[in-house]
Design a protein around this ligand. Structure first.
Ligand code: DQA
Length: 150
């Protein structure tokens, strides 16, 4: 039995309002429920999952820098920052363990042109989009596979 691996699940702006925020697009699961689900899914894979959300870009950059220094795998829903943040691009570039990009909706099929660009994708080993909260389970499973977890 291998030691428990820490995984960070990081969420960007407005995702704290999950369940109340445009449920027709993002679903009815609340952010608090998402946190519980991620911890459970991670536990089943032998991961110790920390789930965080911030509306402050500098805080997110700090978390990504810490993940880089500690070689911690990251599941990242950078929300709107995905589409324009060079600070998030630069922070993702420094990561030293797998990064999986996740989105509840599928930005590529949404009508707003700005959602069709991602500054996270160039650094991600996988992009999971349009699967709702289950996408987070898939992202954790991708990390488990990459780390050779059973
Ligand atoms: C999102 C998609 C982004 O375009 C949007 O800005 C978000 C949420 C998603 O999870 O579908 O805030 O990342």
């Amino acid at each position: 039995m291998s030691a428990t691996t820490r995984v960070l699940v990081l969420n960007g702006p407005n995702l704290g309002r999950l369940g109340r925020r445009q449920p027709q697009i993002y679903g009815t699961t609340s952010y608090e429920q998402l946190v519980e689900l991620c911890v459970e899914w991670g536990h089943d894979l032998g991961f110790d999952v920390s789930v965080r959300q911030t509306n402050y870009e500098g805080e997110m950059v700090g978390w990504l820098n810490d993940a880089a220094d500690s070689a911690t795998p990251v599941v990242l829903n950078a929300a709107a920052w995905t589409h324009y943040s060079l600070a998030i691009y630069d922070a993702c570039a420094q990561l030293t363990a797998p990064l999986v990009e996740v989105h509840l909706s599928d930005p590529l099929t949404r009508p707003e042109e700005f959602r069709h660009t991602s500054y996270v994708t160039p650094h991600a080993v996988a992009v999971i989009a349009g699967r709702g909260v289950d996408g987070y389970a898939e992202a954790l499973a991708v990390i488990a596979r990459l780390l050779g977890r059973p």
